[in-house]
Ligand binder design. Structure first.
Ligand SMILES: [Zn+2]
Length: 149
């Protein structure tokens, strides 16, 4: 590593430790040319995940957007906030584990619906009606009927 003081590329690591809950490694280095010390950090390179929307545009994948969508669907439903939070966490980890750099919004929507259906049917139908954009009212009612049966 090039020394920030003298510019020489000649140093030794004098201390290495995990920081930020293990998400980074901090190294104290000593320049062997001028004797001064400096710090470097090492992080895993993360490519930001993008969501492909229906119109083909992309936007960054954000946990908060998923949470907002679910909170809207669960409005005034007797569902503890922690259950919603853990549902969101599950969806985020499933989507991250796909290991892709771009994911269709449809896939995220399906993952949410799968879990929401188990959690609360009313919220599920509300969410599904927005995400699936039921082609007509008949289709929507059919879905409702399926739930009750
Ligand atoms: Zn130096």
């Amino acid at each position: 590593m090039k020394c920030p003081y003298c510019g020489d590329d000649n140093d030794r690591v004098i201390d290495t430790r995990l920081v930020k809950d293990g998400e980074a490694i901090r190294r104290r280095r000593e320049c062997l040319s001028c004797g001064r010390r400096f710090t470097t950090y090492e992080y895993i390179e993360k490519t930001p995940l993008l969501v492909i929307k229906k119109d083909g545009t992309r936007e960054p994948f954000e946990r908060d957007k998923i949470l907002q969508g679910i909170l809207t669907a669960c409005h005034k439903r007797p569902i503890p906030r922690e259950k919603i939070e853990s549902l969101v966490d599950e969806v985020v980890s499933v989507v991250s584990d796909l290991g892709k750099t771009e994911v269709e919004s449809r896939i995220i929507g399906e993952e949410i619906m799968k879990r929401l259906k188990e959690l609360d049917e009313i919220s599920y139908v509300r969410f599904a009606s927005v995400y699936r954009e039921f082609r007509d009212k008949k289709e929507f009612l059919k879905e409702l009927k399926n739930l009750k049966g």
